[in-house]
Design a protein around this ligand. Structure first.
Ligand SMILES: *Cc1c(COP(=O)(O)O)cnc(C)c1O
Length: 390
């Protein structure tokens, strides 16, 4: 709190000092060039397990070429919001392709996943409604609930009995269950069919955040709905386009009326500039690569096995995950930060994830695998992890 006589910079500097003391101070490093399995920082080359570029598409020459061609045609900026003539044929084509890919009647492209979650939740829920959210959901879903002014309840991670009870007790006008499909710091997959069954039992809707499943799970990478063979009018599907798809943005897919409603009511869609059309064009190219190059997903699965085998007895420190997100749990913040720093000294980048991003006592390395990694890359990481005594 700002006390009289205390300048703001002093107050903030004190708080930052406390963060530093707790090992929770955050800062950024700048990449010299493109994202990928190999990156350069301040002129030094690193093997990176730090990005969400799971399929290795972020710097794919075909996407670069699609952007170049689309920039010549559409220019760089959209110049306006979607409803006021910033919407382009490229956005339209991308929405049709996304809807068809995930198996929903329609899709709507948002600028980011954060904005998509805010937009959907605040459009659908207000004071008379109640939202039920997994405790480990992404921050954007949590922020969306607060912004919506609805009542909300965060149930213990994957505790479907608790969810069942909470839904049963609710007298809200509208009920919405929100869950990550793949949990971003754990890599595990939510049992979506069981959750949907509870939604049916209690007349609730289900918002699925598939930020880490889209492109990775399901037939040809179509995501969590395809992975589970789910199809329901209760489901609102959100996928992001800056992770496996390698570009930027997000989309919501669902029935005709849902999308039409969001165009009219989702504030993060309406009151913001449309994303550059050239990115929509790059995403069309990305979608075609995602669908046609199954080897990228096969490579990911193979790398998970390579990592486990390479870790030997230390593989028990991994949380069970079949996705690209492979958490190596070290417990305290100090241990996680220490191991991450020593890996960096050895030329390997793996971020330490600490509270409040993960629960206290479960600080970890978030190893993120990519189809761009070679088997030898993952073996090198495993060797380094075995050699470092935390
Ligand atoms: C990254 C992420 C988001 C946000 O998506 P952006 O496009 O990066 O804003 C939302 N939900 C989950 C689970 C995420 O991991």
């Amino acid at each position: 709190m700002l006390k009289p006589g205390q300048p703001l910079d002093k107050v903030l500097a004190d708080e930052l000092a406390q963060l530093r003391e707790a090992g929770l101070y955050r800062s950024r490093v700048a990449l010299d060039g493109s994202q990928g399995a190999r990156v350069s920082i301040a002129g030094r080359a690193y093997l990176s397990f730090a990005s969400n570029d799971y399929l290795g598409l972020a710097a794919d020459p075909r996407l670069v070429e699609a952007v170049r061609a689309a920039a010549l045609h559409y220019g760089v900026g959209a110049g306006a919001s979607h409803l006021l003539h910033g919407h382009s044929a490229a956005h339209d084509a991308l929405e049709r392709a996304l809807a068809e890919f995930v198996g929903c009647p329609r899709a709507l492209v948002f600028s980011t996943g954060y904005m998509a979650n805010l937009g959907v939740v605040t459009a659908l829920c207000g004071r008379d409604d109640e939202i039920f959210a997994d405790k480990l959901n992404h921050a954007s879903l949590n922020d969306a609930m607060v912004l919506s002014r609805a009542r909300f309840r965060r149930y213990p991670h994957l505790d479907l009995d608790a969810l069942d009870h909470a839904l049963g007790r609710s007298t809200a006008r509208r009920k919405l269950v929100a869950t990550d499909a793949v949990f971003s710091m754990d890599g595990n997959v939510a049992p979506l069919p069981d959750i949907l069954q509870l939604c049916e039992k209690h007349d609730a809707y289900l918002l699925i955040d598939d930020a880490h499943g889209f492109g990775v799970l399901g037939l040809h990478g179509a995501g969590a709905l395809s992975h589970f063979g789910l199809r329901s009018e209760r489901v609102l599907y959100m996928g992001t386009l800056g992770k496996a798809a390698g570009v930027y943005g997000a989309f919501v897919a669902g029935d005709e009326a849902l999308i039409d409603y969001l165009v009219n009511r989702a504030r993060t869609y309406i009151y913001t500039t449309a994303t550059p059309p050239m990115l929509a064009a790059a995403l069309l190219e990305s979608l075609s690569i995602i669908r046609s190059e199954d080897w990228r997903r096969e490579r990911l699965r193979e790398l998970v096995r390579t990592l486990m085998a390479g870790l030997g007895s230390k593989s028990t420190m991994m949380l069970p995950s079949q996705t690209a997100i492979q958490p190596f749990v070290l417990g305290t913040t100090a241990r996680a930060v220490n191991v991450s720093e020593r890996l960096a000294e050895a030329g390997v980048l793996v971020p330490a994830v600490r509270p409040p991003t993960v629960p206290r006592g479960s600080a970890r390395l978030r190893i993120s695998l990519s189809a761009a990694h070679e088997t030898a890359d993952v073996q090198r990481l495993a060797r380094a992890l075995c050699e470092i005594q935390p």
